[in-house]
Design a protein around this ligand. Sequence first.
Ligand SMILES: *[C@@H]1O[C@H](CO)[C@@H](O)[C@H](O)[C@H]1NC(C)=O
Length: 645
Amino acid sequence: MQITKRAPARALLATVLTAPQLASAFYLPGVAPTSYKPNELVPLNVNSIRPIAGIDNLLHSVVSYDYYHPAFRFCQPEGGYKSVQESLGSILFGDRIYTSPYELRMKKNETCKKLCETTYQKDSAVFVNQAIRLDASLNWLVDGLPAGQRSIDQFTGDEYYNPGFYLGDEDPATNKVIFNNHYDIWIDYHEVSGYPDQLRVVGVLVQPESKKYTGDIDQDACNRKLETVSLDENGDTKVQFTYSVYWRPSPTPWATRWDKYLHVFDPNIHWFSLINSAVIVIFLVLTVMSLLVRALKRDITRYNRLDQINLDDLSGTSALEDGVQEDSGWKLVHGDVFRTPSHPLMLSVFLGNGAQIFVMAGFTICFALLGFLSPSNRGALGTIMVLLYTVLGSVGGYTSARVYKAMQGDKWKLNIALTPLLVPGIVFATFFVLNLFLWARESSGAVPFTTMLVIILIWFVISVPLSFAGSWLGFRAPTIEPPVRTNQIPRQIPPSTTYLKPIPSMLLVGILPFGAIFVELSFIMSSIWSSKIYYMFGFLFLCYGMMIITCAAVTVLMVYFLLCSENYNWQWRSFLAAGTSAAYIFLNALIHWVSKLSLSSLTGTVLYIGYSLLISFLFFILTGSIGFFASWWFCRKIYSSIKID
Ligand SMILES: *[C@@H]1O[C@H](CO)[C@@H](O)[C@H](O)[C@H]1NC(C)=O
């Protein structure tokens, strides 16, 4: 194995700072390089056919298809194609990998190999032409490496490989749809130094072409200038498939073979915007916190001094001063702040799930930072997320139970049952409904029925029992006692000022955490919808940290103002206000939809909106929980530092 060995500290630094190097820094033990001898067969597998952004830079569809969907009529290997084993995450993220009839022999140049001849009938032609108009791309994998098209960065002039190549072209002038039936496959190979018969695949480019063959197909036929093929939508079209393979020696070692695919468009822009938002966020948070801490210190000394005066001077000479001064501020609501909020069951269930998602996201990003989720590990991200979410059911149950107990909830059975069922149930139901749309379109994006069963099984057999166990522990743990006693009769809440009204305060609080992750979000969006590979986990880690800090800080600030205005309903208010950042995320998705997508079908629109809503919902619970727990900690802190008689 020739894996780059770097000093751990340097590797970590490199991972954090120059995240593009990530792929080269680490490899999981299972993903060892494969060496081929000259003339040895190198497998070419085919993945699903997906729409990618066209020449206009707009994505026109989000529906993908199996490579062997009958309408495409692609050549199959002798004896039929076989499915290639994949991980759960890979299936969930839309990979459908099969064997192919292409025969690539290491270091053996071959031109114009015949594959098969296919006849496209009317309905196939209509289907394929429509797919071409929607910029469908073929996705091949040679030795696990995606076949790409060469692109040039307009800023730097760097060459990079874009995964996927077009199924065909639409001539903008004549509106004629051209079908590609010949593939020039360019493979970069690297020779392990000192071992001339250990060759490794380090880059794959495919240049598709359209050639209307007439007469015999010989070695030269592919180099001759021929007319293009168009599928006739009113009759049969015969198409002959051919391919050529060219092997080029490359200096790129195996360990850095992904770097060409993980191209960063002007990393300076990325850095700049990240640092920009980081500075704003940190500056804001520091200012706000220092003001808050100063105000609190003043309040606490004042309250405690007043207390002292009260004790020293029971005769009541200072009663006047006392009455005037104590008539305002957050101390007044000490008998109500820890009053059980409305719907404690619902809140505790959300908070339990929020804690679960919080820990899952944290662990996932850490795994990614350590290089476990490198792109060579197809689907590792999805698998890790599902596994972590399942196992962390226990965290969800525990948190939910403890919060519910602290809120003096009495329907503990309902709490135990709802924690692992409500939120995952909503997620699964949405997922299932969206899948129905994909099934109806015969899309390969639809998760197979067996995978669905596996997920349900994992959920009920592992996640739910773990959550029950967590709940049991949580209910057995001592109650989290509030630092001050709650009065029998609730205080009246005075009307609040404009910006403390629910909606304005939510909108104000929610925008800041969103601002912290805004930059990274656009990259994640394009990796989800435009099948770009996401790997900038170093940035993501920083953003996640910034989001947590911002979320906690602004919510605490809002709660402080709320308590100062003698409104003690901070529990739901903090949850909802912090959760509002999810609304901004959804809004951002809508903007992305308008500016980067141009979906022609209803299915595409439903899928896009559906998945955006789902992600926003999870985000709502996550940020809401961060806001709540920060506020809870804050309230406990300030009310335990004042003396109350
Ligand atoms: C294969 O063809 C390419 C392009 O013509 C050439 O650069 C390369 O050296 C050839 N490789 C072999 C092994 O002959």
